[in-house]
Design a protein around this ligand. Sequence first.
Ligand code: UD1
Ligand code: PEP
Length: 438
Amino acid sequence: MTTSSAVSAAEAIAIRPGEPLVGTVRVDGSKNAALPLLAAAAALSRLVHLSNVPQCQDVRTMLALLRQCGYGIARSTTNPEEVVIQPISAASEPPELADAASIRASYYLVPALLASCGQARLPWPGGCPVGERGMDLHFRVYEAFGDQVLLDSVGYHVHRAAGRTRAVEITLPFRSRGASVAAILRAVVEGCPLTLIQPNASPEVAEILAFLRGAGWDTYGDENVVSLVPPGGGEAGSLAWEVPGDKVEAVTLACAVAVTRGCAVIKGVHAADVQPAMEAFAWLGIPAHAGADTVTVQAIDTQLTGQPLRAIASLSPGGLDADFEPSLMVLALGTPGVHLFGDAINPGRHGNLIPQLARLGAAIEQLSATHCRFSGPQRLVGTRVTANDIRSGSALIVAGLTAAGVTTVKGLAQLRRGHANLPRKLRQLGADITVDVA
Ligand SMILES: CC(=O)N[C@H]1[C@@H](OP(=O)(O)OP(=O)(O)OC[C@H]2O[C@@H](n3ccc(=O)[nH]c3=O)[C@H](O)[C@@H]2O)O[C@H](CO)[C@@H](O)[C@@H]1O
Ligand SMILES: C=C(OP(=O)(O)O)C(=O)O
């Protein structure tokens, strides 16, 4: 047995229930903010210093892909979370990016490739196996810019439009985060104004707009529209930006503290980014507060409300982020009430998580592939379970903190795609987690 953080995919995490979690912990930078920021840096074609870049596997993959595209990527030797992205001049041939098939966010590289090669050829993206994950809206975006899109069984090929585009207006049929960022980055490469109607209004999209403002673009975003106007001429110097703290890691840690009825301060996350999850905590009667840069959970001796929680993932502005849902489900399993959960955004997520929770003894009624209902509180009993996607993995670790006996979670490769080291942060709060050979 070892407590080393350097584990291989063949190993597993063993979690035992113990004392309530207490203390202070800091989240890493957000994977889902860092990935589009890296692509935005590439699309801008400027020297960009990014700080607070998490060292999770998906970010490592993205950095490797950028290198293969020709970008100079340097990590600070004193602080590996500081990354410098150096622009490239035009390339003739599009690179072969086979590893792009292992992450969902490789689709964010299309605009930068159109800028450097005039075309992008990429395999279908991977990422969490959470059901059908379309890209049709991305292709509509590129076609709105006049680009040609060709599809085949292995991937997609986008050819940049021949002429220059003056201004583009796109209405998204639904609020896809990926397609919203694709439209924004495509306009950056074109250097043209963009009006995007019915955009995704998540913090990750707002972060890209803020980053571009820092680069001199005139940007506006509300629930109904995003608009961009390129900067006038002038010298484009280097740009420094900090990746925001990981809101999903913060909510996962908050749920871990709450299930153990502990008391902790989670630092490094914007309050607004976790607000929908904080509302769920308040509804259940778990005192939790998001301040400027911290989430504080005080679940010792709490009076639970017994109110039924309705946690339905939504792409609507202010809606519950789908990635919060799995750990909130584990929290609700331990609190009184008849709770309803739904995630139709990632239609395979419940199929990944619920059978694993059932192995721990949870009684969950699956109303459909994407909706379920259950009564709390329930007592869980540890056994061997599998992390089938990032958030199912972190939720199973949270479940293990209260399940009687030992919960062994395998499938660490999924977990490590999204978190640099979640077990270490939980250990810092007193959790009994070890890394065992599976
Ligand atoms: C790398 C990254 O940041 N991943 C996040 C991103 O995923 P993802 O990029 O999949 O999210 P989108 O918001 O773009 O898409 C939501 C869903 O809409 C569908 N869709 C999307 C685009 C499209 O062109 N056609 C289509 O059908 C897919 O089934 C997809 O799963 O946002 C999700 C919430 O929205 C999060 O749960 C993911 O963690
Ligand atoms: C679903 C997720 O990631 P991806 O979209 O990269 O698969 C996630 O971050 O939970």
